[in-house]
Write a protein that binds this ligand. Structure first.
Ligand code: HEM
Ligand SMILES: *[C@@H]1O[C@H](CO)[C@@H](O)[C@H](O)[C@H]1NC(C)=O
Ligand SMILES: *[C@@H]1O[C@H](CO)[C@@H](O)[C@H](O)[C@H]1NC(C)=O
Ligand SMILES: *[C@@H]1O[C@H](CO)[C@@H](O)[C@H](O)[C@H]1NC(C)=O
Ligand SMILES: *[C@@H]1O[C@H](CO)[C@@H](O)[C@H](O)[C@H]1NC(C)=O
Ligand SMILES: *[C@@H]1O[C@H](CO)[C@@H](O)[C@H](O)[C@H]1NC(C)=O
Ligand SMILES: *[C@@H]1O[C@H](CO)[C@@H](O)[C@H](O)[C@H]1NC(C)=O
Length: 252
């Protein structure tokens, strides 16, 4: 009896380590424009091949890995299914469908119109974030807003197909709030640069650097104020534009 229990515990421990250990994507594994979902797949929370993901699976693993609640991510998760030809599952690459969840003026990806690889991490694009808030070792709502402003100015200057309306700013402000909150302090929105840089550039959860998931569940009441502060700091103005990828729709 005892032996069996011991073996069960041992195999559970082994399974846990095996499950969430880092494993870089191999040939045929799909990744996409969301650095956090890519990281969840790299750590085997999500299927390592990045395929056949359900809404409940992406919500469960976002909770398990980052303590983010479904009320924050539910809309993204539903839209993810729209990007897929399948009725029940999507892949991490499907969600790159332009103008659905995927927007222009991203923090770490090129705009879709460039026809450059707009799916993977782009070091040149990420330099704006990486060089923000000089002189201190953290990013905050002020720097995150300034980065969004600079990234939008770059797209205004270079992208004749730029789409930048209410939906886009809502998504981008939520995404900026999420990296500050999930990797930093949920109340202040102050996040260590080393955590953010590792997550974006390596798509690795910065456990080795000392990160732990937020102790409070990250729900809409936590994200709302930080997203609002970031949006204000970004001095955002709508520039319109026409959707060429997904169907146009509005939020709110
Ligand atoms: C804890 C969970 C999550 C966090 C912390 C997170 C965070 C982020 C961040 C910071 C970005 C911006 C990347 C950039 O601008 O370069 C992003 C982009 C994106 N996320 Fe997530 N995300 C999460 C969950 C999800 C879910 C559940 C979905 C949909 C199933 C999703 C889909 C996307 C997509 C499609 C983009 C690309 C948007 C763009 O064009 O930049 N994310 N996410
Ligand atoms: C959707 O994907 C699942 C899992 O791969 C598969 O079993 C199912 O047949 C697919 N359905 C359609 C309509 O393609
Ligand atoms: C990164 O983005 C820039 C600006 O859009 C583009 O010129 C460059 O080709 C991209 N780099 C890669 C490796 O895709
Ligand atoms: C963000 O950090 C910079 C640099 O320390 C600082 O000047 C700015 O006031 C901070 N923003 C907030 C909201 O505290
Ligand atoms: C959201 O989370 C905060 C912090 O844990 C908590 O105080 C609040 O009750 C939660 N709100 C909802 C609507 O669940
Ligand atoms: C953003 O700015 C508006 C208008 O000035 C203000 O009413 C609102 O309280 C600000 N939001 C945050 C979260 O600072
Ligand atoms: C967007 O569509 C409108 C109406 O369909 C058109 O008048 C306008 O020229 C288009 N703008 C761009 C930048 O293509």
């Amino acid at each position: 009896m005892l032996g069996i229990k011991f073996l069960t515990i041992l195999s559970l421990l082994f399974f846990k380590c095996f499950c969430f250990r880092l494993e870089t994507p191999g040939e045929g594994d799909l990744r996409g424009p969301c650095p956090f979902l890519n990281a969840l797949a790299n750590h085997n929370y999500l299927p390592h091949n990045g395929k056949d993901i359900t809404i409940s699976q992406v919500l469960d693993t976002s909770k398990k890995g980052f303590n983010v609640e479904p009320d924050v991510l539910g809309l993204f998760a539903k839209l993810a299914l729209i990007t897929s030809a399948n009725y029940t599952v999507f892949s991490l690459t499907d969600i790159n469908l332009h103008d659905c969840i995927e927007t222009d003026a991203s923090l770490s990806r090129a705009d879709a119109f460039t026809n450059a690889n707009n799916l993977g991490f782009n070091e040149t694009i990420y330099q704006t974030l990486a060089s923000s808030n000089p002189g201190v070792d953290y990013y905050n709502v002020t720097s995150a807003g300034a980065v969004m402003k600079a990234r939008l100015a770059d797209s205004v200057a270079t992208n004749p197909e730029l789409v930048n309306g209410d939906k886009e700013i809502t998504f981008r402000a939520t995404e900026s709030a999420l990296y500050l909150i999930v990797l930093g302090n949920p109340d202040s929105g102050v996040a260590p640069k080393k955590f953010v840089d590792v997550l974006f550039s390596e798509e690795r959860i910065p456990y080795d650097e000392g990160w732990a998931a937020p102790s409070v569940p990250i729900n809409g009441s936590v994200v709302g104020p930080i997203a609002g502060s970031v949006m204000n700091a970004s001095q955002w103005v709508a520039t319109g534009g026409n959707h060429t990828g997904a169907l146009p729709f509005t939020v709110g």
